[in-house]
Design a protein around this ligand. Structure first.
Ligand code: NAD
Length: 510
């Protein structure tokens, strides 16, 4: 429910927000904005119930949380209906990402968490009289703040991981798509986790900022660079760890030897699925001169064939949030005014009432245009012709973002070299996006695209404190380094230094 306007004050002291469909503009409901006092009360409840949950074995937590899968399967139509109503996205997209991928995430993490979070023994290279174990301990109460573009999945994925790790979770979904947050609440209720272990806090930035200040033990934030910076500042002040999954300006590099048909299909899918409102969508293309015309022609034909709509079968839905539509319009107008050519699209769809912007392909863009430098987060694909791959790489890397990238070539070695040379949190060769969806792939941006990672082993473990438990093995009455100190002890230590780090044999054995 994407258009958010002030609503009527129903409860004294609480603002309310009225929501409208981005596709039809119909009023869909009102939510009350939860206040700082509400957030603090929720943290208190979560803190009380969390130890009981943390006392369960990880496998037991997994067994309980896996009950969300049958609940999700049983409610699949309802889930898709709610998400389509909130976002206007095609049902196939909602089903693939918010039902299939969500089931996969629950299954994947509940099955593997017991192994990934099991205590580990580490053999010590030097202190042979000690034993080291690493225990993955819960952090306590985790605050999760999410955006509107994949309203269920982006909330569910970190939530499942944080819960499996033994934490309580407070979710603040986007005010643009609050009902998907409530869907997650329903699904988790069906698992019969303890009451209060997972709570949803509805509201806008006021509620999000209150959550960051409420004394939680970690913030997992997904959203824009602008808000991410504020969250990081507050977390820094409060010394609360945070993971920031932020925006991107993902480049696509098309080499002369690329399979142009596949690359063009990939460009169109990568740029226009979810109407371009994907953090890892393709936002700018660099195509080498000798194949630029053929590639561009294919992309334009395929883009023009996309069906935009609000009901029935269609490929591209509306923008979900009015402010984002304005950014798209502004960036395209600026590019056009500075000499870019619109090959298809380039305007709001005059036949549809909602926030529809036509899938747009631009050429004759330059590296300094805003459309090539700032996140668009909409259905626009600017194509820049380059001399060679080196120039493509230079432009791709001259960016403040570094979330994802894609590279297209038939030469595996060239693909690998280019992938390693792109300054990006993740890279896809001869395909696009993917990296967030593949649960085992660590995902997170470099530069201003984020801090920390979700998914992969480290993503799951980032919801824990890796506690080091060191114990003595032999129980001697005293230790060599303990008191008393003496000249003899110092001389012995000097001999150790010479032998262990000063001889090839010592270096080999240590
Ligand atoms: P946003 O930053 O406006 O909002 C994100 C969330 O933060 C919302 O729930 C919002 O209510 C909340 N919020 C707002 N102000 C806050 C504050 N001061 N303190 C705490 N929380 C606050 O982002 P958006 O417009 O909802 O989402 C679009 C952005 O998200 C895009 O930039 C996109 O690239 C990014 N995104 C990133 C990823 C990723 O994994 N890297 C995934 C999806 C979307």
């Amino acid at each position: 429910m994407a258009i958010v306007e002030p609503g009527e004050e129903k409860t004294i002291g609480r603002r309310s927000l009225r929501l409208r469909s981005p596709a039809t503009l119909d009023v869909l409901g009102e939510i009350e904005v939860q206040t700082a006092a509400d957030v603090r009360a929720a943290v208190e409840v979560a803190r009380k119930v969390q130890p009981e949950w943390a006392a369960l074995k990880v496998a037991e937590r997994g067994r309980i949380l896996a009950r969300a899968i049958p609940a999700l399967i049983a409610r699949q139509d309802d889930v898709v209906d709610t998400i389509v109503r909130e976002t206007g996205k095609p049902r196939t997209e909602a089903f693939a990402v918010e039902v299939l991928a969500a089931c996969d995430a629950i299954q994947y993490w509940t099955k593997r968490a017991p192994r990934l979070l099991a205590d580990r023994s580490v053999s010590l290279h030097l202190l042979k009289t000690k034993r080291l174990r690493i225990a993955y301990r819960p952090l306590g109460v985790v605050g999760i703040i999410t955006p509107w573009n994949f309203p269920l999945m982006l909330a569910l994925n970190p939530t499942i991981q944080a819960l499996l790790a033994g934490n309580a979770v407070l979710l603040k979904p986007s005010e643009v798509t609050p009902y998907s947050g409530l869907l997650l609440q329903d699904l988790l209720r069906a698992t019969r986790i303890p009451e209060g272990l997972f709570q949803v806090l509805l509201g806008d930035g006021e509620t999000g900022s209150a959550l960051v200040e409420a004394g939680v033990d970690k913030i997992s934030f997904t959203g824009s660079v602008r808000t991410g910076r504020k969250v990081a500042e507050a977390c820094g002040r409060n010394l609360v760890p945070c993971t920031l999954e932020l925006g991107g300006k993902d480049p696509m590099i098309v080499c002369a030897d690329a399979d142009l048909e596949r690359a063009a299909n990939g460009a169109v899918y990568g740029a226009f699925s979810n109407a371009g409102q994907i953090c890892v969508s393709t936002e700018r293309v660099y195509v080498v001169d000798e194949v630029a015309d053929a590639f561009t022609q294919k992309v334009v034909e395929k883009t023009a064939a996309l069906r935009q709509g609000a009901s029935g079968e269609f490929d591209v839905g509306p923008m979900i949030w009015p402010a984002q539509l304005q950014i798209v319009e502004r960036q395209v107008e600026e590019a056009r005014a500075r000499g870019a050519r619109v090959l298809t699209g380039g305007r709001r769809n005059p036949d549809l009432p909602g926030l529809f912007y036509e899938p747009t392909v631009l050429t004759d863009v330059t590296h300094d245009m805003t459309i090539m430098r700032e996140e668009t987060f909409g259905p626009v694909l600017p194509i820049l012709r380059v001399r060679d791959e080196a120039e493509a790489l230079r432009f791709a890397n001259d960016s403040r973002y570094g979330l994802n990238a894609n590279v297209w070539t038939r030469d595996r070695r060239r693909g690998d070299l280019l992938a390693r040379a792109v300054q990006s949190g993740s890279v896809v060769v001869n395909d696009c996006m993917l990296t967030y969806g593949a649960t085992e792939s660590p995902f997170g941006g470099v530069k201003e695209s984020g801090i920390g990672q979700v998914n992969g082993e480290n993503g799951l473990r980032s919801f824990c404190h890796a506690q080091s438990i060191m114990s003595d093995r032999f129980g001697a009455k005293n230790e060599f380094l303990w008191y008393p100190y003496s000249g003899k002890k110092l001389a012995w230590l000097q001999r150790v230094l010479r032998w262990v780090w000063g001889t090839p044999l010592g270096r080999l054995l240590s």
